[in-house]
Write a protein that binds this ligand. Structure first.
Ligand code: 13P
Ligand code: SF4
Length: 329
C-alpha cells in the first residue's frame, strides 16, 4: 500500500484497513512485529481481552503514563484512547507513538472544548487548574497540574488549603474529591457517558439478588451510585481491592473490560458487571476503547500508522503539568 493510500484511508476511517493475509495468527504476528520493530505495547484495562493479553504493560491511566515516560524502545503502540496516546507522546516525544484507531476518542475529553475552557478559566484568574488526565493536550496546556483517578486526592492535598482550585473536566470525580478532601473546588461540567450509564435502581435490585456480593465503583460514576459503594477507586484501585478483600463476589461499576484482569487475578471469585439504564445496549463497554481491535493493532504495527503527531509548542506547554503529577510521590 502506498503512503498516499494510507493517508487517504486515515482521513476517512481513522485506521489502516489493509487486507490481512489468510490464516495469519494475529496475536503471534503482533508479537513478532513488536520484536522486529522494537515496539512496546501499552494497553488499558478497558481494551478487549485479546489485546490486554498481548500487552507489555497493562494498567490504568497513571501506570501507563508512568511506563510511557520510561520507554526506551523506538515505538510505543498505545492500545487505549487518544488522550492516553497523546500523553505518551507529550512525555516521551522522541518516540513514534501509534494508536490503532485515531477515532478512539473519549466522551469526557470531548466534554471540555479548549476555547470554552479558556473562557471559564478567565472567570477565576486566581485559581489553580487541576485537570483529570482524560482531556486533550490543549486542555493540559491550560493546566497547572494533571491527575488521574489513582492520585487525584494526593494531587489536591498537595495544594495549599487557602488556594482556589478549578477541577476539570469530570464533575463526578470532582464532587467525589470535594467530599474526600473537604476542599471546595470549582467544577467544570463534564462527564463520561460510560460511567454515567449505570442504573442506581438496577444496582440496588442486583445487590438484593446477590446479598453476599460487594458493590465497587469507579469515581467517574454519579454521586448516588458512589454513596452506596463498599469501595470507590480507580481501575487499579478496584483491582487491588478485589484481591485483598475477603468477599467472594463483586458487582463492578466501571467499564466491563476490567473484569478480564479481575477474573485472571482471582479465578475463584465472581464478578458481575453493574447494570446500565438502557437495556438495549452494552453501555458498560466504552465504544471508544473498543474501536481498537486485534486486526487494527496488527495493521498499525505493519504500517506504523496512525501516528500521534503534535506541534512541538503544544508538547512544551502540555508537558509541565504532567511531569508535576509524575514527580508527586
Ligand atoms: P483509570 O484508568 O485512571 O482508572 O481511568 C478510567 C478511565 O475512564 C480511563 O478512560
Ligand atoms: Fe472516556 Fe469514559 Fe471511555 Fe474512559 S470510559 S475512555 S472516560 S468515554
Amino acid at each position: 500500500m502506498t503512503q498516499q493510500t494510507i493517508s487517504k484511508q486515515l482521513d476517512r476511517l481513522g485506521y489502516i484497513q489493509a487486507p490481512v493475509e489468510k490464516d495469519v495468527d494475529l496475536s503471534q504476528a503482533i508479537v513478532k512485529l513488536k520484536k522486529e520493530k522494537n515496539a512496546v505495547l501499552l494497553a488499558h484495562y478497558y481494551q478487549e481481552p485479546a489485546i490486554q493479553d498481548l500487552a507489555d504493560y497493562l494498567g490504568d491511566s497513571l501506570y501507563l503514563a508512568q511506563q510511557a515516560a520510561k520507554v526506551e524502545a523506538d515505538i510505543i503502540v498505545f492500545a487505549g484512547v487518544h488522550f492516553m496516546a497523546e500523553t505518551a507522546k507529550i512525555i516521551n516525544p522522541s518516540k513514534k507513538v501509534l494508536l490503532p484507531d485515531l477515532k478512539a476518542g473519549c466522551s469526557l475529553a470531548d466534554s471540555c472544548p479548549p476555547t470554552d475552557f479558556e473562557a471559564f478559566k478567565a472567570l477565576h484568574p486566581k485559581a489553580i487548574v487541576v485537570t483529570y488526565i482524560n482531556c486533550s493536550a490543549e486542555i493540559k496546556a491550560l493546566s497547572d497540574i494533571v491527575c488521574t483517578s489513582s492520585n487525584a486526592k494526593r494531587v489536591i492535598e498537595s495544594i495549599p488549603v487557602d488556594q482556589e482550585i478549578i477541577f476539570a473536566p469530570d464533575k463526578n470525580l470532582g464532587r467525589f474529591l470535594i467530599k474526600e478532601t473537604g476542599r471546595d473546588m470549582i467544577l467544570w461540567d463534564g462527564a463520561c457517558i460510560v460511567h454515567e450509564a449505570f442504573s442506581f435502581n438496577k444496582i440496588v435490585a442486583l445487590a438484593q439478588e446477590y446479598p453476599e456480593a460487594k458493590f465497587i465503583a469507579h469515581p467517574e460514576s454519579e454521586s448516588p451510585i458512589l454513596e452506596i459503594a463498599h469501595y470507590v477507586g480507580s481501575t487499579s484501585g478496584l483491582l487491588q481491592f478485589v484481591q485483598s478483600d475477603s468477599a467472594n463476589s463483586y458487582i463492578v461499576a466501571t467499564e466491563a473490560g476490567i473484569l478480564h484482569e479481575m477474573q485472571k487475578k482471582c479465578p475463584h471469585k465472581t464478578f458481575i458487571p453493574a447494570p446500565v439504564e438502557d437495556d438495549t445496549c452494552a453501555c458498560s463497554e466504552c465504544a471508544f476503547m473498543k474501536l481498537n481491535t486485534l486486526e487494527k493493532l496488527y495493521n498499525c504495527l505493519r504500517f506504523e500508522q496512525p501516528e500521534i503527531l503534535l506541534a512541538p509548542e503544544l508538547i512544551e506547554k502540555a508537558k509541565m503539568p504532567i511531569l508535576k503529577m509524575l514527580a508527586l510521590k
